[in-house]
Design a protein around this ligand. Structure first.
Ligand SMILES: [Zn+2]
Length: 188
């Protein structure tokens, strides 16, 4: 299995070969095989492969942290998010946290239905509002929070912002869709 950024490894795990990577912190060269010397998460930076120790990580998330994730489900009053990483770091989260946003935490003002804010596959920026074991509640009320990248639900092209707030537009099929759009939305 190919090792990727963020993978959790234990001491002795095979990470790659010396022709492929330079052994970085937390790794060792075992006759051309690069192996992990500690338990932690893989980071690959250019050609250097390193392990960030789990024990060295702070409990990772705290209330108020900004975090990126991808919407995996939108159902009733809750959108589910696969949390990816903290804003301002390239570090993956140490644990596979699951996130959720309740409809009351999406935006100021009335939201008729959650699908007017998020669709499956959207990349969002959210603010951590509650942490319980491995579940995290997010809020997207802040202007910078909300959808930062979205695909058209009809043709899967990336959508662009319009002059109206919380509206996205598909240049490929001309569809307009509603979202809770972040002020950091990436138009490209
Ligand atoms: Zn489209």
């Amino acid at each position: 299995m190919k090792i990727e950024n963020g993978d959790l490894v234990v001491p002795g795990d095979f990470l790659g070969i010396i022709e492929q990577y330079l052994p970085g912190n937390g790794t060792y060269d075992d006759e051309g095989d690069i192996k992990s010397s500690i338990a932690g998460n893989v980071t690959i930076d250019n050609r250097t492969i390193s392990i960030i120790p789990k024990s060295g990580e702070p409990s990772v998330l705290k209330i108020g942290d900004r975090i990126y994730g991808q919407i995996t489900d939108v159902r009733g009053q809750r959108a589910m998010i696969n949390l990816d990483r903290l804003k301002h770091t390239d570090r993956q989260l140490a644990l596979p946290y699951m996130g959720a946003i309740h409809i009351s935490q999406v935006k100021n003002g009335y939201l008729d239905k959650l699908t007017d804010a998020f669709r499956i596959g959207d990349i969002i920026e959210g603010e951590v509002s509650k942490i319980s074991s491995d579940n995290v509640d997010l809020s997207t009320i802040h202007d910078e929070c909300g959808v930062v990248k979205a695909m058209c639900t009809r043709c899967r092209a990336y959508m662009k912002t319009t002059s109206k707030p919380d509206e996205l537009y598909c240049e490929v099929c001309n569809k307009k869709e509603k979202r809770k759009v972040s002020s950091n939305y990436v138009n490209e």
